[in-house]
Write a protein that binds this ligand. Structure first.
Ligand SMILES: C[S@@+](CC[C@H](N)C(=O)[O-])C[C@H]1O[C@@H](n2cnc3c(N)ncnc32)[C@H](O)[C@@H]1O
Length: 377
């Protein structure tokens, strides 16, 4: 076997199944190669970008035999910009690929059989992101970073194809370098949004104040979609005690409080905690790390919703949650692998997964949002 080196070109590589992370698996002389911008069944030329002891990574530079699911990317800088890695895939097939990844990750890591589909949440895969973090190049042009790189790819004519139209095409900046945050809601939009900018988001009748640079679900349809799914999964009863862990500005606290629950939330970002207190005046919110602060919440809870960062919650936090013996848990996850690991831990702690649903809340990328519902065994 001749080990691959960065810069090598492999011609006519046959592409296998999709893998977690949006790469496609191929083999070259026995060596595993994870290939970006490919599709299963294709024959492509691949430039190797990096190599480690276990596998190589590469990117498609020419397609010899295309998949029927390959489409012309809607963005002229697709492939250069690191933002959207499924621009070359039809919208329906990208959901099928995400389904395969969710099936594989949950089976492999949690022994759970996902039989659902990835729900389509919007009529178009374009212009769905209400929050953007542009980088400004040395000529003041806003752009986005290339894949695993510090290189800035300037926005194409017409701007970013996934940002909401109001923030898709920021003006050239007078200052070179740095970041340009942009936020758009139904009512307003800002470039250079920071903590001092406060925007209003709505979920039905519920109103939430969010800091310009603070967390809010990025897809315009996400807050409503996930809130409805969490409510349907938890079936809260008035008077029940509900925990909202990793609560941000109190999205799920708000909907659970509106359903009559007594809500406690924990969030690490101090600004978000201040906003959660204003957004959900009946709730009690604690600032700090979920693992450390759980001890400050009531000894028992009927319902728990948790929406941790990509790495998941981990065994320590989960073991503290189950001591409250909730009758149901709703776990919102943006990484199916982290979800799989945590579902397995929860199974060991006596909670079985009763349902998993998945949503296409990051169109044109490999990312997918899942919601798992658990109950005591
Ligand atoms: C995916 S966001 C979810 C926010 C909220 N549930 C929502 O939907 O708007 C995750 C949140 O967890 C917070 N966070 C991350 N790690 C944390 C930790 N160890 N303890 C407490 N909060 C944390 C982040 O600041 C962020 O607000």
């Amino acid at each position: 076997m001749s080990p691959l080196q960065p810069g090598d070109l492999i011609t006519g590589l046959e592409i296998g199944p999709v893998a977690h992370g949006g790469h496609f698996v191929a083999r070259h002389e026995g060596q595993v190669v994870f290939v970006r911008h490919a599709l299963s069944g294709e024959r492509v030329d691949v430039r190797i970008t990096d190599v480690n002891r276990r596998y190589a990574r590469g990117v498609v530079v020419a397609v010899r035999q295309a998949s029927e699911h390959r489409v012309e990317p809607p963005c002229p800088v697709a492939g250069l910009c690191g933002g959207c890695d499924f621009q070359h895939v039809s919208a329906a097939h990208s959901r099928e690929l995400k389904r395969q990844v969710v099936v594989e990750q949950l089976a492999h890591l949690a022994g759970y059989e996902f039989t659902g589909a990835i729900a389509d949440v919007a009529p178009s895969p374009l212009h769905w992101r209400g929050r953007m973090r542009y980088r400004v190049d040395d000529q003041g042009r806003p752009g986005l970073l290339a894949h695993r790189s510090r290189e800035i790819v300037p926005l194409p004519d017409g701007g970013c194809r996934i940002a909401l139209p109001q923030i898709a095409d920021p003006p050239v900046q007078s200052r070179a370098g740095g970041e340009l945050r942009a936020v758009a809601t139904a009512e307003a939009h800002y470039f250079g949004a920071d903590e001092s900018v406060e925007v209003t988001e709505y979920v039905g009748e519920l109103r939430y104040q969010v800091a310009g640079d603070g967390f809010w679900q990025p897809h315009v349809a996400a807050a409503r979609t996930l809130s409805e799914a969490v409510l349907a999964g938890l079936e809260p009863e008035p008077g029940e005690v509900a925990f909202d862990l990793y609560c941000g500005v109190g999205l799920f606290s708000g909907v659970l409080a509106a359903a009559g629950c007594r809500v406690w939330g924990i969030e690490g970002a101090a600004t978000a905690v201040g906003l959660a207190r204003r957004n959900v005046p009946g709730g009690t919110f604690v600032a700090g790390d979920v693992g450390r602060r759980l001890a400050r919440l009531p000894r028992s809870a009927d319902l728990v919703v948790l929406d941790p960062p990509r790495t998941g919650a981990g065994a320590e936090v989960l073991s503290r949650i189950v001591t409250r013996t909730p009758r149901r848990i709703a776990y919102v996850a943006c990484d199916p692998a982290a979800l799989g690991r945590d579902l397995r831990t929860l199974a060991e702690l006596g909670y079985r997964t009763t349902a998993v649903s998945a949503y296409d809340l990051f169109p044109l990328t490999h990312h997918v949002e899942c919601l798992a519902i658990l109950e005591p065994r």
